[in-house]
Design a protein around this ligand. Structure first.
Ligand SMILES: Cc1cc2nc3c(=O)[nH]c(=O)nc-3n(C[C@H](O)[C@H](O)[C@H](O)COP(=O)(O)OP(=O)(O)OC[C@H]3O[C@@H](n4cnc5c(N)ncnc54)[C@H](O)[C@@H]3O)c2cc1C
Length: 262
């Protein structure tokens, strides 16, 4: 178990019952990929999910914070911005390169104590069904840069496809690029104004048409057809909203967003 490029550290000695039992802090992407080839090792972003569990495990964390993947820069293509995988949600909120509507979703995602820790890479890997920022990234035509740990091959995948298929074991998210152009609108329903929405709709109108993403209607945020938003959806109901209520919200909120974007 290593810190930096060589020193060993066992976290069990420092914290009671952590989820991870080992910690590595690679200083290059190559070193990180080599570490992630072991199925016992997992990438560590901000640790808001990964290390939040109190049950012990034999997993070892590969901390990505020394890899320099936290930059938010204008993308190679015009009208796009590249957000590094270890950029925090707080950094997304503060970046003036990103559209205000997207920044606002980062701010709304979590309380500031978590926002300063949670990373964009962790957000994507986790694929939380209620993530407003993920819905925003989807509508902004997000493309994810990945490196596979088994053969070091790099690839670009649409966020939509990646959320559908899930991340391959050991794959490292390097960055996500988003389109910054277009007009946006959002509508959501929550039990109280401060609650995470039961269902939210976020749309972006551009030359290519309207891209519309929903939260709360599948096991991850999804892009839907703005004219037939409930087609193919089969949400799971819970105490906050039944399947039918969620479908009703999906149709109603999409109509509101469409109306605003017209
Ligand atoms: C109190 C609380 C409230 C929360 N509220 C929300 C919320 O409102 N919305 C929401 O979406 N989530 C929420 N979460 C979940 C979590 O905070 C987010 O999903 C967060 O963005 C995860 O980011 P992280 O950097 O902390 O990931 P980590 O906890 O470090 O990792 C999460 C997963 O992502 C993987 N991972 C991290 N980075 C990479 C990478 N670059 N490449 C490949 N895999 C990677 C890890 O291996 C792990 O499987 C909440 C969590 C807590 C504890």
């Amino acid at each position: 178990m290593r810190v930096g490029s060589g020193v060993a550290l066992c976290l069990l000695a420092f914290a009671p019952m952590p989820l991870v039992s080992g910690y590595h802090r690679p200083v290059s992407i190559e070193e990180a990929l080599e570490l992630l080839r072991s199925p016992r090792r997992v990438a560590l972003g901000g640790g808001t999910t990964l290390n939040a569990d109190r049950d012990p495990s034999d997993l070892e964390a590969v901390d990505l914070q020394a890899l320099g993947l936290d930059k938010i820069t204008t993308g190679e293509a015009s009208g796009r911005v590249r957000v590094g995988a270890t950029a925090t949600l707080e950094a997304v909120w503060r970046s003036e390169l990103l559209p205000d509507s997207l920044r606002e979703l980062a701010r709304a995602e979590q309380p500031s104590t978590l926002r300063t820790l949670a990373t964009v890479g962790g957000l994507i890997a986790k694929g939380s069904p209620e993530s407003l920022l993920l819905a925003g990234l989807l509508a902004h035509d997000a493309e994810v840069e990945l490196i596979a740990a088994d053969d070091d091959s790099t690839s670009r995948r649409s966020l939509s496809g990646l959320l559908r298929s899930g991340l391959s074991p050991g794959a490292l998210i390097i960055a996500v690029s988003v389109a910054t152009t277009g007009r946006t609108a959002m509508a959501s329903t929550a039990r109280t104004p401060a609650d995470i929405p039961i269902v939210a709709a976020y749309g972006r109108s551009s030359e290519a048409g309207v891209s519309l993403a929903l939260t709360g209607v599948a096991d991850h945020p999804v892009l839907v057809d703005p004219s037939h938003p409930t087609a193919g959806l089969a949400p799971t109901g819970d105490f906050r909203g039944s399947r039918d209520y969620r479908l009703h919200l999906a149709a109603t909120l999409t109509a509101r967003v469409n109306e605003e974007l017209i």
